[in-house]
Design a protein around this ligand. Structure first.
Ligand SMILES: Nc1ncnc2c1ncn2[C@@H]1O[C@H](COP(=O)(O)OP(=O)(O)OP(=O)(O)O)[C@@H](O)[C@H]1O
Length: 334
């Protein structure tokens, strides 16, 4: 478990002050994949880099597994960083070392390992990330996805308890992004490793995170289980992130129906996603239901669906009928 309390950070440069982190309070449960999402400049990197003290907060407390890390001395800090792996957006591989050499590097730095131990660990890690055959290749001979796999293997070399991912898939195409996210999910499940990732893409959070925190202008504005935050965003910064590419703005929708039409947003999660609920409710209320927009998808391994429907009739009865079938209902104003 990671607990952040009243974390603040201000950068001062050229006579200007930038409040990068404002009174951050956050709990990150052990063994989960935790996403921190926000737009450019929101403070994501500052927050992530505080967790291994690459960035020092001005004030506040950071406890990892019960240990306050902001007061560690140099030796304590070195030991801490061996327990925390980090994966970077631009991979940061050593170009003059081959794949095995890059993965071996943190073990050589840490010291105390025999050559045989190091080779066994490197082999195990290359197997884990699917790069056994590429072990002799140099970074310039690898694809972006392969480079990031090396980055992940290297980050895991010292058997950390925590993996920090700094926009780990932002430099990759969508297909490669999915394979790297799948690898992170496998690692989280197989090794029980806590992963904290920062991203500006909701799709990344939706694919693998258990919980998410939304950061805006240096402050956490919303946090919780991904399904809750994604399907029922409360803060305007979250709504903006979720809405990017999701729905046509509502005023356009309103013009499509009669003025008396009520617009309801229905959210289906898990089992409800597969039931013929619209047909059932239409029949029960004896009123036609007009489907105006819809999307289906997955939040990690949970199926969900969202529909915006137009409906002439008793909205209270409709709401009750949907809620009785486990559907979340929200009335929208066109
Ligand atoms: N070393 C620094 N000196 C001065 N200002 C900084 C420094 N590092 C970051 N900032 C400022 O602090 C704010 C937060 O930056 P941060 O990099 O944490 O945001 P971010 O959400 O990670 O952004 P991005 O997605 O663009 O990387 C920004 O306004 C940024 O310009």
């Amino acid at each position: 478990m990671i607990a952040l309390q009243h974390l603040s950070k201000t950068y001062r440069a050229e006579g200007r002050s930038v409040h990068a982190l404002r009174d951050i309070n956050l709990q990150i449960p052990q063994g989960q994949i935790f996403g921190i999402i926000g737009r450019s400049g929101a403070g994501k990197s500052s927050l992530l880099r505080s967790l291994n003290l690459l960035e020092r907060p001005d004030s506040g407390s950071i406890r990892i597994a019960g240990e306050e890390i902001t007061t560690l001395d140099a030796a304590g800090l070195r030991a801490l960083r061996r327990r925390i792996g980090m994966v970077f957006q631009h991979f940061n591989l050593l170009s003059h070392r081959n794949v095995a050499g890059n993965v071996r590097f943190p073990l050589e730095l840490a010291g105390g390992h025999t050559k045989a131990d190091i080779e066994a660990r490197v082999n195990e890690l290359l197997e884990l990330v699917g790069l056994t055959e590429q072990r002799e290749q140099f970074p310039s001979q690898l694809s972006g996805g392969q480079k990031q796999r090396v980055g992940i293997a290297r980050a895991l070399a010292t058997q950390p308890q925590l993996l920090l991912c700094d926009e780990a898939t932002s430099a990759l195409d969508p297909e490669t992004t999915l394979t790297v996210l799948q690898l992170l999910l496998d690692i989280n499940r197989r090794l029980g490793l806590t992963i904290v990732l920062i991203t500006h893409e909701m799709a990344v959070v939706r694919a693998i995170c258990d919980r998410v925190a939304v950061i805006d202008d240096g402050a956490i504005v919303e946090s919780g289980p991904v399904a809750e935050v994604f399907l029922h965003p409360r803060h305007h910064a979250t709504r903006r992130i979720v809405a990017e590419g999701a729905y046509t703005p509502l005023p356009t929708l309103g013009k499509q129906g009669a003025t008396s039409t009520r617009l309801l947003r229905l959210t289906f999660l898990d089992g409800a996603t597969y039931e013929p609920i619209i047909a059932d409710v239409g029949q029960q209320l004896d009123a036609p239901i007009n489907i105006l927009q819809g999307s289906i998808g997955r939040i990690k391994d949970r199926p969900y669906g969202q529909l915006i429907i137009g409906f002439d009739g008793n909205a209270v009865r409709a709401r009750r009928a949907f809620e009785a079938r486990g559907v979340h209902v929200e009335e929208l104003t066109a």
